[in-house]
Design a protein around this ligand. Structure first.
Ligand SMILES: NC(=O)c1ccc[n+]([C@@H]2O[C@H](COP(=O)([O-])OP(=O)(O)OC[C@H]3O[C@@H](n4cnc5c(N)ncnc54)[C@H](OP(=O)(O)O)[C@@H]3O)[C@@H](O)[C@H]2O)c1
Length: 428
């Protein structure tokens, strides 16, 4: 066997603790698979006195994460988290010091991926991040290496387990978003501050990385239209089921005639198709690889074991000497892209909360017709004159901007309560 691969690990929380456990308890097996010894030589976290799942007392300890970059290691694993602060400083310092870096930090890469990739290339070292997208699912490697022959037409994924858990529970229980969120927090499926998850930001971080790998664009969050799930009601979920759909928060990137369309938004996914059947905290990605066909990946997108498993996969690649550009092509070739997402053409589900008064339906239909949005089907449940009721419509395919323009006008009507809800219908 050749020289051992010396590893420094920063962050000993959920993921870092799992990685440390694997490197110590499965050292022989993993080293055999890597072709050389995987040797954990140094670790760091905030609090040295905190009990850890494995005995780390024989390893060099670093209380200052950034100092780990200068220890005698071939690879630095960053599992601290956060787009700035010690995580960013450590990764930059480690790359500049000529060390390979493995990270699970999607926020860091979504914000600074291009410049970090440039440093890695200049230093001729690896920057690997399999665990940053969809936990244990090997989608980064698949898009970077395995599915390149015919190019990628589209990538769509359920990339946030918290949102998928909430939507699945809302459907199963009929409870409101707020109730299910509270339950998810008490079960540990949602953070105390869930805004990054439920607002779509976490999915956007991951989509930025998938787009870079699949389409050769530099990660740019500003180019991703991002919506969350907090406005979804039990009514939307019931109506979706009546129309034969389920609501999923999707991260979607696809090549269109008008450029790359990148968006994170709740979508109506036809029941019985692979993405619609993804339940609870699971993640899934559907990659359309042109003539090679569609490929569907599903698995656990978070948690100690799946995420640590992805970190180890990156380490083994580095140990074997498998290098290459972080996003699968030279950083100089990554396109910057321009402006906002192109106008999307789709059919839309629309829900209006209205006062049940004569003429309200005609008013809404009239406004939509003025914007050249035509209606394929409509449901109005119950009659309670003068009281609030829901009206739901499915449009024919049309440009999103036409629908949003019409909704802005409709929302000003004194018969319409609150903001109308608009959800695109996914074809498959
Ligand atoms: N958890 C998941 O399922 C999951 C899935 C995919 C990706 N990720 C990503 O993996 C990374 C780690 O997530 P996690 O869930 O393992 O986080 P975590 O449980 O909160 O652990 C964070 C670790 O970083 C250490 N740390 C915090 N600030 C530090 C500082 N200033 N200097 C040194 N160490 C510091 C903490 O030290 P102490 O232990 O001493 O407090 C802790 O060990 C994040 O980028 C996250 O987005 C996580």
């Amino acid at each position: 066997m050749s020289q051992p691969l010396k590893i420094a690990l920063a962050g000993l929380g959920t993921v870092g603790g799992g990685v440390a456990k694997l490197l110590l308890s499965r050292k022989e097996e993993l080293s055999a698979r890597a072709g050389r010894a995987l040797e954990l030589v140094a670790v760091g976290a905030r609090d040295r006195t905190k009990p850890r799942a494995v005995d780390l007392s024989s390893l060099t300890w670093f209380g200052d994460a950034v100092a780990l970059a200068s220890c005698d290691a071939d690879v630095v694993i960053e599992l601290i988290g956060g787009e700035e602060g010690p995580a960013r400083r450590l990764v930059e310092a480690a790359l500049r010091a000529g060390r390979h870096v493995v990270t699970a930090n999607k926020a860091l890469l979504a914000h600074h991926g291009l410049e970090l990739a440039q440093i890695a290339e200049r230093q001729n070292v690896s920057l690997r991040f399999e665990a940053a997208v969809a936990g244990g699912i090997p989608i980064v490697k698949a898009l970077r290496e395995s599915l390149i022959a015919y190019g990628i037409n589209a990538v769509r994924g359920i990339l946030n387990g918290t949102c998928n858990y909430i939507l699945t529970q809302m459907e199963a229980s009929g409870k409101s978003f707020a109730e299910v969120l509270r339950e998810a927090q008490s079960l540990g499926y949602a953070e105390a501050d869930p805004s990054l998850d439920i607002g779509g930001g976490d999915t956007a971080h991951k989509l930025a990385l998938l787009s870079a790998l699949a389409f050769g664009v530099a990660p740019r969050l500003g180019q991703i239209h991002t919506e969350g799930i907090a406005h979804i009601t039990p009514d939307d979920i019931r109506f979706a089921r009546e129309f034969g759909f389920r609501i999923k928060l999707l991260g979607m990137a696809r090549q269109t005639a008008n450029g790359l369309d990148q968006r994170v938004q709740p979508a109506m996914v036809r029941a019985g198709t692979p993405l619609a059947d993804v339940e609870g905290p699971f993640n899934a990605i559907l990659a359309d690889a042109g003539e090679a066909g569609p490929f569907f990946f599903e698995g656990r997108g978070a948690g100690e074991a799946p995420t640590a498993s992805a970190v180890i996969a990156d380490l083994v690649d580095i140990a074997r000497g498998t290098h290459g550009a972080p996003f699968g092509r030279p950083a100089a070739d990554l396109k910057s892209g321009a402006g906002e997402a192109p106008d999307r053409v789709s059919a839309y589900y629309l829900r209006f909360e209205v006062l049940d008064l004569p003429g309200v339906l005609a008013e809404i239909a009239g406004r939509l017709a003025e914007a050249e949005v035509s209606i394929e089907s409509m449901i109005q449940r119950g009659r309670s004159p003068g009281e609030p009721v829901a009206i739901v419509m499915i449009t024919h395919e049309c440009a999103q901007s036409r629908v949003t323009d019409a909704l802005k006008v409709i929302a000003t009507s004194d018969k319409v309560l609150g903001s109308p809800c608009m959800i695109p219908m996914e074809a498959a």
